[in-house]
Structures are given as structure tokens and as C-alpha cells.
Design a protein around this ligand. Structure first.
Ligand SMILES: Cc1cc2nc3c(=O)[nH]c(=O)nc-3n(C[C@H](O)[C@H](O)[C@H](O)COP(=O)(O)OP(=O)(O)OC[C@H]3O[C@@H](n4cnc5c(N)ncnc54)[C@H](O)[C@@H]3O)c2cc1C
Length: 388
């Protein structure tokens, strides 16, 4: 039986980063993955251009039971470290918006670099790991044994890319609690919503409690999509949401002014100068009357349909894992050290990446978490006492 210093389960962003770090410390490393190629999610990330990191990566960009958990890893591995790594591998980065980095030559270049960094490891593809046992201080993974194991099996969203909940089961077998996983960074289904607006995109604001998201929102046949909805899907939506389709305009004030200046114009025509026509028609319920003929109370109602759409929590649900880019939930971070990524329950077991109850905002924060937590897990697994 071959004994490794570090066995990694999951050849995704986090697992490959951890493997590269451990190899640099001259450790014997094995990597197991159920897929026939490594890093399938990285390969499709960012629409094929891999949104690799974000200068704003800070604990406030992450959701989970304990958002502070990410602080340690984020301070050990920063966006500048990602940029240096990319530079070393001749991966040209571009900022589509300030601070948000994509790969000019596509995600494939990132996958190739990740694979290149783990050349010294034994890689076992097409190996689905169902269970890991620990005897005499050694972890047993199939026919191999490891002094440490890093579980980096990712989340269970986007099943078309091949996902498995076995990582959660393995963590559970070592006593870990699992925060129930649910879809995040995906579209939302809204009951009794406005399918006539499907296809319309608008810059909107979504308020969830005290938090405000302002981003592009797409109306779909079943609800809302686009970056604003994706970001909202990270939150607990039981409390409901408020949508503002013209966040920088007091629509009632504009309508009152328009009524005074030119009362012969139609209310939908005036609204059409503020929001897309289909939203104007929805807000006025196709009312084509002159604005002068519409009472202020009515104008207030119309304005509310743009500035303050209230959607109660019981009308909102997540679209499902199929369209979600990440999961919220996963291995409970209370039982994992934020400094080392080592299990507090089972010495020698480390966890990294999306398997943990950490979900980042849209914008490169999830991959950043995978790199940072993988780096910390790799360093600490390699440094784990090796005298056994
Ligand atoms: C369509 C899409 C686009 C995205 N775009 C971006 C983006 O641009 N920027 C960004 O920051 N984030 C993006 N994300 C999220 C990001 O890809 C993930 O958060 C990140 O890849 C998680 O890394 P990970 O290593 O933890 O898990 P993964 O990358 O999912 O890797 C887990 C690996 O474990 C393997 N595995 C699972 N179970 C087992 C098992 N039982 N035995 C053996 N192997 C197993 C899987 O095959 C997989 O290779 C995107 C996600 C999707 C779905």
C-alpha cells in the first residue's frame, strides 16, 4: 500500500491549489477525482473567461453561518497572490469592471496552469470516493493511505458538470455537521409575477433587510434573473424583498412635475422616458390616459410599481441546483479551524473550497475562496506532524 503525505479528494480549484502547495514542500501527494478531467467548473467559469479574483475580496463578500470564518484564509492569500500566480503562468488578466479580473485567453489557460502545478502528484481520475476511514493515524482512500486528507469535493450545484454529495457524507462520517445546502447565485422564481416583462433588462435595486444590491436585473418567464437576482439569491429570502426598477429616480416626483409641465402627455409615455417601455406598460396597466386626467393618488400607485415593488418571502423560491453557480450551506465552519482549515474533530483531516459553508458574492469571490482556502489547507496539511 502506497503511503502519501497528503491525499486530496477533488481536483477542482481548491484541491489543485492545495496539491501544488504541498508538492512545493516536497510532500508525496495523491489526487482523486470522480471526473475524467480536472477542474471542470473552472473551465466553464466566468462564461469561459474565468473571473479569477476580485480586489474587493473581504469577509463582507461572503455568506454562511459564520462569515468571519473566511478572514484567516483571505489574509494569507490575497488577490495580489492570484495575480502573481497568473503572471507566472503567462495568463493575461483583464478587468471587465474595476477590480474584477478575467482571463483574456480563456479559462482553459487557468486549468492548464493548475494541472502544470501538480505534475509531481499521482492523479487518479474517474475515481469516485464514497468513504474514507482512519486507522492507526492513517487515512485510507481506496487502496492508498495518507497521513493527511484534504476534502475539496466542492458543492452540489450545476449537476451537469458532475457533482456529488459524497464529500458531505465523508465529512459527516468524521462527526461534522452539514448546514443544509441550497442553491445560490442563481435565478429566483416569483409567484404571480409579471411574465409579460420576460426578457426586459433594467438596472435595479433589490433591498433585503438592511442590505441593498444594485445591479442589472433580467425579467424571466418565471421570475427574475441576471446579476441582481443572482446576488439576492445568496440571502435568506424568507423576509421578502423590495425591488426598485428606477433606483436613481423618484418616479412620483417626476410624474407630478410632468403633470404640471405638460399634462397632455400620456402617463406611459412619460414613464417610458424613465424605464423600458414594457415596464412602463406594466406599471400603468396599459393606461394610455393623459397624465392631467390621472389623480395624484393613482400616480403614487403607478410610481410604487416601479420604485417599491414588495415581494413577500412566501412568493419567492430558488430556481433549483441546476441553474445555481454555487451552494449556500455545506460543512459547518464551527467545527473547522479558520487558521489551518483542519477539522477540529479529526486531526489530519482538512477541508477547502465550496464544500464548506461559505458562499461568495458574484464577481470572482468564489474562486478566490477556493484558491485561498486551498492554499491554507495545503500549507497546513504539508506541515502536519509527519513522524508517523
Ligand atoms: C457555471 C459556473 C460559472 C462559475 N463562474 C465563476 C467565476 O467566474 N468566478 C468565480 O469566482 N466562481 C465561479 N463559479 C463558482 C466556482 O466555480 C466554484 O465556487 C469553485 O470552482 C469551487 O471550487 P472547489 O474546488 O471547491 O470545487 P469544484 O471546483 O467543484 O471541484 C470539486 C471537485 O471534486 C470532485 N468530486 C466531487 N465529489 C467527489 C468524490 N466523491 N470523489 C472524487 N471526486 C469528487 C469533482 O469532480 C470536482 O472536480 C462558477 C460556477 C459555475 C457552476
Amino acid at each position: 500500500m502506497k503511503i502519501y503525505d497528503v491525499i486530496i479528494v477533488g481536483a477542482g480549484a481548491a484541491g489543485l491549489t492545495a496539491a501544488a502547495v504541498a508538492l512545493k514542500q516536497n510532500k508525496r501527494v495523491a489526487i482523486f477525482d470522480m471526473g475524467n478531467i480536472p477542474a471542470r467548473k473552472v473551465n466553464v467559469s466566468g462564461g469561459g473567461n474565468c473571473n479569477i479574483t476580485n480586489d474587493a475580496a473581504g469577509y463582507n463578500k461572503y455568506h454562511g453561518k459564520n462569515p468571519n470564518f473566511v478572514r484567516g484564509a483571505l489574509s494569507r492569500f490575497t488577490p495580489d497572490d492570484v495575480k502573481r500566480w497568473a503572471y507566472k503562468h503567462n495568463i493575461e488578466l483583464i478587468q471587465k469592471t474595476p477590480g474584477r479580473y478575467f482571463c483574456k485567453n480563456g479559462a482553459g489557460a487557468v486549468v492548464a496552469a493548475l494541472i502544470n502545478d501538480v505534475r509531481g502528484a499521482d492523479v487518479f481520475l474517474n475515481h469516485h470516493i464514497d468513504a474514507i476511514t482512519k486507522h492507526n493515524e492513517l487515512f485510507h482512500v481506496e487502496k492508498c493511505a495518507g497521513r493527511t486528507v484534504i476534502l475539496a469535493t466542492g458543492g452540489i450545484s450545476f449537476p451537469t458538470l458532475g457533482v456529488s454529495d459524497a464529500g458531505y457524507k465523508i465529512a459527516k462520517s468524521f462527526g461534522h455537521k452539514i448546514v443544509p445546502p441550497r442553491p445560490a447565485l442563481g435565478p429566483l422564481v416569483i409567484a404571480d409575477w409579471a411574465p409579460e416583462m420576460a426578457g426586459v433588462t433594467v438596472n435595479a435595486e433589490i433591498k433585503i433587510g438592511k442590505d441593498i444590491i444594485q445591479d442589472s436585473l433580467l425579467f424571466t418567464h418565471t421570475g427574475i434573473g441576471g446579476p441582481a437576482a443572482y446576488r439576492a439569491s445568496l440571502y435568506d429570502l424568507d423576509q421578502g424583498i423590495k425591488i426598485n426598477l428606477a433606483p436613481n429616480t423618484d418616479v412620483f416626483k417626476q410624474l407630478k412635475t410632468a403633470k404640471q409641465i405638460n399634462g397632455r402627455k400620456s402617463v406611459s409615455g412619460i414613464l417610458g422616458e424613465i424605464v423600458p417601455d414594457r415596464i412602463a406598460k406594466y406599471a400603468t396597466k396599459n393606461d394610455n390616459r393623459r397624465i392631467a386626467d390621472i389623480k395624484d393618488d393613482n400616480l403614487k400607485q403607478i410610481a410604487k410599481r416601479i420604485n417599491e415593488i414588495i415581494i413577500p418571502g412566501n412568493k419567492i423560491r430558488h430556481h433549483g441546483m441546476a441553474a445555481a453557480e454555487v451552494v449556500r450551506g455545506g460543512v459547518d465552519t464551527d467545527q473547522v479551524s479558520s487558521k489551518t482549515m483542519e477539522s477540529k474533530l479529526c486531526p489530519g483531516l482538512f477541508l477547502a473550497g465550496e464544500i464548506l459553508d461559505v458562499a461568495g458574492d458574484l464577481g470572482g469571490f468564489n474562486l478566490h475562496w477556493a484558491w485561498a482556502s486551498g492554499f491554507v489547507a495545503g500549507i497546513n496539511a504539508a506541515a502536519h506532524r509527519q513522524e508517523i
